[in-house]
Design a protein around this ligand. Structure first.
Ligand code: TMP
Length: 208
């Protein structure tokens, strides 16, 4: 039985996705639904260790292919240990980033392209796709301005405008490819309006 729902949140830096995640989780729980909130890379002990390795600025930083495989290593652990068991128990899972992020950051940002990622995705999780993905979208320069207010940028946040433009383009391509699953949230609006848009898009999930 799999009556749970799998919802993922995506976006470029400074899109307000993580703030929205907490509010969305509260709102779903208020409707009497058991929901697990989690994130990628991360969500398991191993995944969080991989996250630390992936995000820390380093001289011997992972090359793009290594970076991609580390993301998927964390993901497979997360799916088998956390996500799938929760869905099988009928819980809803709200995940801050998932495989679309690999298409965007490694496929687009790092230039690995979509084809090799499709092959890995097909092997790593052939039977699992989100029921709904909210893409928190805003112009890259706006997002970077917001993100700059945070201290101590991680390895991805240290990237330049070109990188994030390629990430955003790749997200748009994903949205064109999966128009039913991936819905755009205009993240340039204020927090309240962003949340209202997200709720509207989530509403159909409550219907059996
Ligand atoms: P966060 O900013 O949402 O916490 O995510 C951490 C970073 O990891 C973010 O810069 C995007 C990056 N990332 C990838 O590059 N590929 C992936 O597959 C995932 C899940 C995240």
């Amino acid at each position: 039985m799999n009556s749970g729902r799998f919802i993922t949140l995506e976006g470029t830096e400074g899109a307000g996705k993580s703030t929205a995640a907490a509010a969305i989780a509260d709102w779903i729980r208020q409707r009497g639904i058991e929901l697990l909130i989690t994130r990628e890379p991360g969500g398991t002990e191993l995944g969080e260790k991989l996250r630390a390795l992936l995000l820390a600025p380093a001289i011997d930083a992972p090359v793009p292919k290594a970076e991609l495989l580390m993301m998927f290593a964390a993901r497979v652990q997360h799916i088998e240990r956390v996500i799938q068991p929760a869905l099988d128990q009928g819980k809803w899972v709200l995940c801050d980033r998932f495989t679309d992020a690999s298409f965007a950051y490694q496929g687009g940002g790092r230039g690995l392209g979509a084809q090799s990622i499709e092959v890995i995705e097909q092997w790593a999780h052939p039977d699992l796709q989100p029921d709904l993905t909210l893409l928190f979208d805003l112009p890259v320069d706006q997002g970077l301005k917001r993100a700059a207010r945070r201290s101590g940028p991680d390895r991805f946040e240290q990237e330049k405008l070109d990188f994030f433009s390629a990430v955003r383009d790749a997200y748009h391509q994903r949205m064109q490819r999966h128009p039913t699953r991936i819905k755009r949230v205009d993240a340039s609006m204020n927090e309240t309006d962003v949340l209202s848009q997200a709720k509207l898009m989530l509403e159909p999930l409550f219907v059996d």
